[in-house]
Design a protein around this ligand. Structure first.
Ligand code: IPE
Ligand code: IPE
Ligand code: MG
Length: 242
């Protein structure tokens, strides 16, 4: 594995990640409840998934709820939880039709048995060996925590003599991380802020990063297509003199 190789001509795009930010501001500016902003945001995911399938992208990894988001008001968190359950019920049939494989990752156990059961069923229902797209949803995820946790797993393996210290490498680290993708090609963050908010970290070492002013509920398929188009024209050097 290692870092991705550079493409000579146009970049091919395999793995996209999105920080879907701006639901709260969108709700406020439209005089709606915060949960209605999140609800509108779920609708946008559907459009972007469709476009990923059309464009033959391998994986789409989306930030749905960060480990830091647990510090939001209880009613907002309850609203998001209800929305997760609803979104799974509404969207799984279409994901199956589109041959999209759904994976959730993060500290999902914190969400309670109702959501865990729902997630397990959705993952089973969409599990197939040659999907058109893998849709990875980060839930209760934090990049730093993932790195520390992966380090603990490695330490345990060394302690139990399952692996030798000299065999620890980037591939093994990637495999033990919660994130189902090794190398992200492109990160898009909507909502205007230029930060990563603890998303992925290890896997975005050489990602192109695009910060988009639009709030997530206003983000369209066309906006996404224009991100993909500008990605194709970036010179990805990976440290080389080209
Ligand atoms: C992102 O939208 C969705 C989640 C964090 C769950 P926000 O709710 O953060 O929207 P803003 O940033 O407050 O507008
Ligand atoms: C990042 O957005 C997390 C998600 C999109 C799920 P936040 O709104 O939580 O991030 P900050 O607070 O602006 O860093
Ligand atoms: Mg935000």
């Amino acid at each position: 594995m290692g870092l991705p190789k550079s493409d000579k001509n146009q970049n091919s795009i395999k793995n996209v990640a999105i920080i879907m930010d701006g639901n709260g501001r969108w709700a406020k500016s439209n005089k709606l409840k915060i949960t209605q902003g999140h609800e509108k945001g779920v609708g946008v995911v559907k459009d972007i998934v469709e476009e990923c399938v059309t464009q033959n992208i391998n994986t789409l990894t989306i930030y749905a709820f960060s480990s830091e988001n647990w510090s939001r008001p209880k009613n907002e968190i309850d609203g998001i939880k209800a929305l997760i359950v609803k979104a799974i019920s509404d969207q799984v049939p279409e994901l199956i039709d589109q041959r999209v494989k759904l994976n959730f990752f993060g500290n999902i156990e914190d969400f309670g048995s109702k959501i865990i059961d729902k997630i397990n069923k959705a993952q089973n229902d969409t599990s197939l060996s040659n999907p058109s797209l893998e849709l990875n949803v980060a839930l209760g995820y934090g990049g730093r925590n993932d790195i520390v946790n992966t380090t603990k797993l490695l330490a345990k393996k060394v302690h139990n003599k399952e692996i030798n210290i000299k065999d620890i490498n980037e591939d093994i680290f990637s495999q033990l991380s919660l994130v189902p993708v090794d190398n992200i090609d492109l990160v898009i963050r909507t909502g205007g802020d230029k930060r990563l908010s603890n998303f992925l970290l290890f896997q975005i070492a050489y990602a192109e990063i695009m910060f988009i002013e639009k709030l997530w509920p206003d983000f369209t398929k066309e906006d996404f297509i224009s991100c993909l188009e500008s990605f194709k024209n970036v010179e990805r050097r990976f440290g080389k003199r080209i």
